[in-house]
Design a protein around this ligand. Structure first.
Ligand code: IMP
Length: 416
């Protein structure tokens, strides 16, 4: 089988991509991350055990799958080490399964210090970042002063580049943000041994992806979500990379012609962490209940996620931006208790909440968790799904009704 799949969250992230990737990788040879860093967080429930991945693609949980980190990802060596230790302690094999692009930019402790100091400095105007140093690392990439994994192969060269970079970071930290500078020596002493331990995974991954995408199946796993895209999202309340389809091509070196199917991951309601506009946000008991029932606590930061109704206007934008072929509708079971359900259909602006046109329908008030066939879903749940299909002109090809691998309804075999 040779069918490559691109997968992206249609709203502000946390749509439940990790679980869908995990399910799809059963039929794949490789799973690829192409942007972002350890700001992402996938919570997976495997055999009753909770595993949280931030940087390593979810495919690592399967023995036959190669997990590849493309050049577009920014890598924190410390976070990578922590995650590898966590996987090892869960007896998950890594050798011959993990490949990291040598062209990935590295997130330094000073990037994280700048991220945190800047958010504090911005106060009420802060972005609400994950505080992982993602933005500052991408800034250095674009400014052409960043450090890449390839720089760690030559020690002298590394010392020269890291010295001038941290010198610059410390100037910013001390003089602009009035914050504590970081130690160059401590950074080097910490990162060099970690690099040595992970060096075996660091290669040029593009030829590997080219080969697998030609002969077999790759799942390209977007992190964050469409509306957090640096160009097309709710700027400035976005992340610092292109989360949408073109981010996949630049973040891997693999052409768009290699993708056979693009899947949008859409949560049955909408959530957002961090600041910025959220038209269909619910600031009432229903919102609080969705957060409670959906376990809407950020996997990376532990922050409570803001909750609201499904926003079709954004879904349609995501379909256009990512050229989506189908939708995986997740967390349908979270709506099980509701008497009435709304869908945000249209509005003029992101900030005018009074202007939103909603479509209201009856809930199903029956448990959906674990149902295996579309026809076995309650009538009103099917009506909800059909309404989404009609409003978006896109088919719902998968439905997730719970956190486990088993809680899934396949409507269409997207590998065919
Ligand atoms: P940064 O990516 O840490 O710079 O954060 C920028 C914005 O993206 C903030 O609103 C974060 O909450 C949001 N963000 C970053 N990563 C994720 C994610 O994986 N899920 C949801 N939101 C995210």
């Amino acid at each position: 089988m040779n069918k490559n799949i691109f997968l992206v969250g249609t709203h502000w992230g946390d749509e439940g991509k990790g679980k869908i990737v995990d399910v799809l990788t059963e039929n794949a040879s490789a799973c690829v991350r192409f942007q972002g860093g350890h700001n992402a967080g996938h919570t997976l429930l495997i055999g009753g055990k909770k595993i949280i991945l931030h940087l390593i693609p979810s495919g690592i949980l399967r023995d036959h799958v190669k997990s590849i980190i493309g050049n577009g990802v920014v890598v924190s060596l410390e976070a990578l080490q922590d995650e590898l230790n966590d996987l090892k302690s869960n007896n998950i094999a890594i050798q011959d399964k993990l490949f990291i692009s040598k062209f990935c930019h590295v997130i330094l402790p000073s990037h994280q210090a700048i991220d945190i100091a800047r958010e504090k400095y911005l106060g009420k105007a802060s972005i609400g970042t994950t505080g992982r140093g993602i933005g500052p690392a991408y800034e250095d990439k674009v400014a052409r002063r960043g450090l890449r994994l390839i720089d760690f192969f030559n020690h002298e060269h590394l010392i020269s580049r890291i010295t001038s970079l941290i010198d610059y970071h410390n100037f910013l930290l001390s003089n602009y943000y009035k914050s504590t500078p970081v130690s160059l020596n401590e950074t080097i002493d910490k990162l060099v041994p970690i690099f040595k331990s992970i060096k075996k995974y660091v290669i040029d991954v593009t030829p590997l992806m080219m080969e697998i995408s030609t002969n077999s199946t790759i799942i390209f796993e977007g992190a964050q979500g469409t509306m957090l895209d640096i160009d097309h999202g709710t700027y400035p309340y976005v992340t610092s990379s292109n989360t949408i389809f073109p981010g996949m091509t630049t973040g891997t070196g693999i052409g768009s012609d290699k993708i056979n199917y693009s899947l949008g991951i859409t949560k049955s309601y909408t959530t957002r962490v961090g600041n910025g506009p959220f038209p269909t946000e619910l600031k009432d008991d229903i919102g609080d209940n969705l957060a409670k029932w959906g376990g809407e606590i950020g996997a990376t930061t532990g922050r409570a996620r803001r909750c609201g109704w499904l926003d079709i206007k954004i879904l349609n934008k995501a379909i256009e931006l990512n050229n989506l072929n189908g939708i995986a509708l997740t967390k349908l079971d979270v709506l099980d208790n509701l008497e009435k359900i709304k869908i945000g259909k249209d509005y003029n602006s992101f900030s005018d909440v009074a202007d939103i046109e909603y479509l209201e329908m009856d809930g199903w008030q029956t448990l959906t968790k674990g149902i295996k066939k579309l026809k076995d879903l309650p009538k009103n749940a099917r009506h909800y799904i059909e309404t989404i299909e009609n409003l978006s002109n896109t088919s719902v090809d998968l439905i997730s009704t719970g956190a486990s691998r088993e809680d899934i309804i396949f409507i269409k075999n997207i590998f065919e």
